[in-house]
Design a binder for this molecule. Sequence first.
Ligand code: ADP
Ligand code: ADP
Ligand code: MG
Length: 613
Amino acid sequence: MIKSLLIANRGEIACRVIRTARELGIRTVAVYSDADAQALHVQEADEAVHIGPAPTRESYLVGEKIIAAAKQTGAEGIHPGYGFLSENAAFAQAVMDAGIVWVGPNPDSITAMGLKDAAKKLMAEAKVPVTPGYMGEDQSPGVLADEAGKVGYPVLIKAVAGGGGKGMRLVESEDDFADALQSCKREAASSFGNDHVLIEKYIASPRHIEVQVFGDKHGNVVHLFERDCSLQRRHQKVIEEAPAPGMDSDTREALCAAAVRAAKAVDYVGAGTIEFIADGSGKLSADKIWFMEMNTRLQVEHPVTEEITGVDLVEWQLRVASGEPLPMSQEDLTIDGWAMEARLYAEDPAKGFLPSIGKLDLLQFGEADGGRIDTGVYEGAEVSPHYDPMIAKVIAWGEDRSEARERLGDMLADSAVWPVKTNASFLVKALQHPDFAAGNVDTGLIGRDGEEMAEPPVPSDDVLQAAADALVPATDMAGFRLNAAPQRAAWFLLDGEKVEVDLTGMGTDEPATGVLVTEQGQAWLLTPWRQDAAHGAADGSGAIVAPMPGKVISVEVEKGDAVIKGQKLLTLEAMKMEHTLTAPFDGTVAELNASAGAQVQVDALLVMIEESE
Ligand code: ADP
Ligand code: ADP
Ligand code: MG
């Protein structure tokens, strides 16, 4: 077994690999960019090497820097995680050429499965059923249009080098084909540097079912059953589970046997996933499931397989890479219960799922029996604009599907993140969707019904009233105490938006300046409303403070400038809204503590205006 390992990745997957390596007594080396100096994976590794600026092209994607870091630290092996260089055959080869153990498949296997068209041809030869379509060399628009006609509409145009849901176009009829082809090729050329496409029959009511496979260096290949990743948004996975709902044992056996044939056809070593598309319009059956592509790496959703099999897939990867045979035979592998995973993202469903970047001032995960959190961040860490904004994978195991689903829903609803926005409430609503609950999921579910799931949640009256009570001085409420319960409404700011709350309590002797309200996986800051807070100094002095946490987007003045009453001083962006702070009176900028781009806390002193004599 190797004794030291460099992890050529970041975020949750780097932390995940470090955890198992540590359990096996392997020394771990992290790599990090400028943006990740404080990242969790850097803190958790035994050692860390800086590899460059934040952009991935200058750090995590530069193979030479990573190999140099491994040599410098004496790391015996390199684990690529997923994404980044994990499916880069040239990098895998360079690692091996440098005398370092590559924790992944042979470069030849990666290459064979790297392009979707070549992979499909190879699979057809290995008697693995493939999605019907055209995967020829001739890329002239006329030929492609003819072939699309033969396949029969609707069809899917796919970039052969595509991935992550990019470079795909659904075409409903012949009239739309030429335009769709052009835009698909354009996207493919710019994203993947290869504009070749294939044409596939678009499967109605498609379900995404994939099989985890594992090979060793002694020619053994096993499968670890299937996962269902049909709940998708724009061809990207949202919730994954294992096993697949409605899978009977005959179908499973046929599907998994095909997956093992696929892996053997490329002499596969290590962890891999064979992705299939299934016709989900009726009962699952082996003659209605087709090979789509192979991912030659550990998959984001690997934990659901771990939870139902009890296997640590990263441990297997490290053993196999070290030359050991597979720890278990096919007969020893069984399914126990059900597992479900949700990808918790720093994004705002109400704003088109835009990434929500910034500091995680509050980060709380729900807990449950059989619950597991795979994360790469901590409270106080930053969600960086440079990388995938995933906060965590929330995973729940249960005796059966409904138990796993309910536990996952509870864990998500009990999570709270602030001020960064997350998709937690979207996920909770997706889990509660009647079709999802019944196991009737096709990849179009969110496209059809997602709008309602994306609606921003609002805190209930009860939690708002309790929070408001902690902000109001008891003395303010005194006059209302004559009768039994005080009845009065007051204005507050909820994440910067004015809201009216009925005061139902007695107030407090020690009023807080702000209270975090948490519910439905969301969090909001409730603060007292001050009429002039967003416009300038609140207390008549020249102190301009941040009315809420946010980001300075522009500063209009310099220290020493003379300003007149009402003049714009700076603009703060908070909760995706812009707030202009202005001078409360004529004077001079005596102090300036703000610069464009800076993140500021609530009540931070930004500008001090000295009044003119
Ligand atoms: P697929 O979309 O083929 O099913 P996965 O869902 O397993 O693939 O996600 C892998 C994708 O995640 C990569 O293709 C990449 O776009 C993205 N990614 C790459 N590196 C990271 C990372 N360190 N953290 C999160 N996501 C990443
Ligand atoms: P990527 O490389 O982005 O992972 P895939 O080929 O794996 O691309 O497809 C991603 C998703 O697109 C699938 O999970 C499925 O939802 C949808 N999809 C792919 N092929 C088809 C098809 N032939 N018919 C219907 N949907 C498909
Ligand atoms: Mg895929």
